[in-house]
Design a protein around this ligand. Sequence first.
Ligand SMILES: Cc1cc2nc3c(=O)[nH]c(=O)nc-3n(C[C@H](O)[C@H](O)[C@H](O)COP(=O)(O)OP(=O)(O)OC[C@H]3O[C@@H](n4cnc5c(N)ncnc54)[C@H](O)[C@@H]3O)c2cc1C
Length: 587
Amino acid sequence: MSAAGRRPEILRRRDPIEGDPGCPRPPLPVNAQSASGESIEFDAIIVGAGLAGLVTAGELLDAGKRVLVVEQEPPQSLGGQAFWSFGGLFLIDSPEQRRMGVHDSLELARQDWFGTAAFDREEDLWPRRWAEAYLEFAAGEKRSWLRSKGVKLFPVVGWAERGSGTAGGHGNSVPRFHITWGTGPGLLQPFIARVRQGHADGRATLAHRHRVDELLIDDGRVVGVRGSILREDDMERGVASNRDVVGEFEFRAPAVVVTSGGIGGNHELVRRNWPERLGTPPAHMLAGVPAHVDGRMIGISEQAGARVINGDRMWHYTEGIQNWSPVWQNHGIRILPGPSSLWFDAEGNRLPAPLFPGFDTLGTLEHLQQTGHDHSWFVLTQKILEKEFTLSGSEQNPDLTDKNIGLLLQRVRPGAPAPVEAFKQHGADFVVAATLPELFSGMRAISDVPFDDKAIERTVLEHDRELDNGFSKDAQLTAITSARRYRGDKLIRVASPHKFLDPKAGPLIAVKLHILTRKTLGGLETDLQGRAQNAEGTSVRGLYAAGEVSGFGGGGVHGYRSLEGTFLGGCLFSGRQAARGVLADLR
Ligand SMILES: Cc1cc2nc3c(=O)[nH]c(=O)nc-3n(C[C@H](O)[C@H](O)[C@H](O)COP(=O)(O)OP(=O)(O)OC[C@H]3O[C@@H](n4cnc5c(N)ncnc54)[C@H](O)[C@@H]3O)c2cc1C
């Protein structure tokens, strides 16, 4: 059977958002006339209909402005990456945290953010200011603003990026990863609805299959966009659409907001920008984002005078697995791991403390790149798989995405969630075995790098011996014990410590992990109201940026690393701020 034939039902849905057929596409001729022939004047043009573009459009519509959103993809891909996202949101001192017994504060979050970001460059001026402003947003208005739009949160808060082992260093000191009820599609829903309403009111125009190739400049000011109309395409959401040019367009407006996303779908650009500190760029990477995340608009904005900063900062995962039912080419899924799997490099050496699953994404990537191999291994038990494997992505979490309580209860019942079990059965990277020798032979069958099976066996035996006591000198076991003191982890995220060779915990499982591209942390430098900056440190008149293309604010609000759940939130915040900048300048 073909991969497409086995795809779970949720991926076949054409309907992007529950109850929402997507924005109707107006008949939009090249000269931007309405169907009745009147000339349309826009206050702002927004390039890209992902989360950041939709937020910006919504805010401008709320202020009574007329907006044009140009989007290269067809209507079924409306919402960009956010549709596929898990909907994880970084919030500080929320009622959900408090209900789970977590004491968070703005001060603690600031310590974590700045310890993680490690800002150290002259061009971190705006990113630092964005970080301060974003922390205030995440501790303040973010939750109530989202709630006012009908966005609700799953009550169990997750603990992502547990850190590099010191209080002042990288990582979240407390759980802060709030999952949107409805995951990515649930988060997108109100913003899509707002633009649809704008369309019904005659103030929003959404032009799909319009790809911007150039920003128009007049007297040093960006005054519009020019580009290609692409042939219609009825491919499924997420699949690469054709790039056949069937026409041209040119639109003008006093403000152009670029919200075109990052570079993660363009592996050539990723390799070109790969930082030395992360070793040699991987020869093999999985794509964690669809092909439209192509980074083209970054160069186009640069040509119009915008400054790109921190291009070497990026956020890729080391726990990627090949999607057994791919949507896009080379499609990889990230495992959001709990802390109990043993992690080995390609040659069978255990990763050093504190590079445990879910602790330090880039620390692990840096370490692995020094090994000279692009893959690594999780070794675990069925018991760990059932409790600790969550797959990132809306389609991999149908219980949360479809708000299905019956399915959700599966998370506390014995057995793995269905999407995880499907990967175990069909995934090319999974090996399941009753004994270690069988496991090693399965691992050999899917890897051409020789590994030291004696070293893996010794590590498993040492691990199991430590479990004769309720205490241990193994830092990973200590971390697991500490994690289970958090109610959320004990309930659904962290398996009770057990011996790997206890048959009751089996079978044994090995998972071959690949590097998976995802987020772009640098980008177009902007001031706090989204105005693109030039090399002289002044604003490029008429040009604004928000979302991933602007490094989620300022050209890199995260610095070198992220606390997770900060990307969607960065789109929300920077989209709002860019709209405010446009409004201030239109006055
Ligand atoms: C599987 C997955 C899981 C994720 N999970 C999370 C999570 O739990 N929490 C979190 O915080 N983040 C998560 N993210 C990241 C987050 O979803 C993205 O960073 C965010 O949605 C980016 O939004 P954006 O609007 O900036 O860009 P995009 O969503 O990439 O949208 C940009 C749009 O611009 C269009 N475009 C680009 N160039 C042009 C052009 N030249 N002309 C016209 N249109 C153009 C593109 O077609 C696209 O539609 C996840 C991402 C993925 C893929």
